[in-house]
Structures are given as C-alpha cells and as structure tokens.
Design a protein. Structure first.
Length: 79
C-alpha cells in the first residue's frame, strides 16, 4: 500500500500514513461488520440455541472407559 500511495503523495511519510490508516480502517470495518453480522438470525431456526462454551467444556465430555484389570497399563511397544 505504501508503494501505491508514494507516487500520489510524493512523500514517504505521507505514504506510510496513508497505508497505516488504510490498514486500521480495514480492521475496524471488519470488526464492526462481524459484530453486526453475528446479531443477524436469517436462516436459523427460532428454537435453535447457539452453542455456548459449556457445550465444549471438559465436563461435558463422555467418561473414558476403564480397561479390564488383565489389560492394565501394558506397554504396547515392540520388544
């Protein structure tokens, strides 16, 4: 972006300022767009709930099955 702005401004400092402000404006626009778009409910079922962080927590994972005592903690590496 700096190389695009440099011929138009004639100053490296001004070109860097244009490039930096363009980058910042793009980031802010993207952030605001995503925040607003997350509020849109088009195409979603009204009864559907958004997943919460609780849905992905360790407490909601199924318990690991215990091995029978004869299998114990055998080392399965070749000898």
């Amino acid at each position: 972006m700096t190389l695009l702005a440099l011929p138009h401004t004639g100053s490296l400092a001004a070109a860097i300022t244009v490039a930096t402000s363009s980058c910042a404006l793009g980031f802010i626009t993207f952030f605001v767009h995503e925040r607003l778009w997350s509020r849109v409910s088009w195409g979603t079922a009204h009864s559907a709930q958004r997943p919460t962080t609780e849905a992905f927590s360790a407490s909601s994972r199924p318990e690991r099955q215990q091995l029978p005592p004869e299998m114990g903690s055998q080392d399965h590496r070749p000898t």
